[in-house]
Design a protein around this ligand. Structure first.
Ligand code: SF4
Ligand code: SF4
Length: 125
């Protein structure tokens, strides 16, 4: 089951995970034109080989190891990871819409600084 990027990536987006991924399945990369438009990064579910290298690399603990491990209030971001395809305008727009809906639906979580958000995830249902 693929790894999932969640909302601490929003406002962080530092690409530390991209640098350690052995199969380059985290998109978009910083050197791609799409990077500026993306509110967060995404793991391609079919390209991810579940190696786990990205988890300790993320400075804000945004990455969960599976759909099951992803907190319930973050599961709405799973389809964003699934649908995002670099260079596909429709797919990118779909992912962005999901992320914006998540931000709108969770003002309480998003009010927490990104660096502290993952630690606070257990406080939300
Ligand atoms: S688990 Fe491994 S393959 Fe999957 S996104 Fe993370 S670093 Fe890449
Ligand atoms: S390391 Fe974490 S915060 Fe940085 S881009 Fe990857 S998932 Fe986002």
């Amino acid at each position: 089951m693929p790894f999932v990027i969640t909302d601490p990536c929003i406002e962080t987006k530092d690409t530390a995970c991209v640098d350690v991924c052995p199969v380059d399945c985290i998109h978009p990369r910083k050197d791609e034109a799409e990077f500026a438009q993306a509110t967060m990064l995404y793991i391609h579910p079919e390209e991810c080989i579940d190696c786990g290298a990205c988890v300790p690399a993320c400075p804000v603990a945004a990455i969960y190891e599976s759909h099951d491990a992803t907190p319930s209030h973050q599961k709405d971001l799973i389809p964003a990871n699934d649908v995002y395809r670099n260079g596909d305008a429709d797919a990118m727009a779909q992912a962005e819409a999901i992320v914006q809906a998540h931000i709108a639906a969770h003002p309480d979580i998003m009010a927490i600084p990104a660096a502290e958000r993952a630690a606070a995830h257990p406080n939300f249902s």
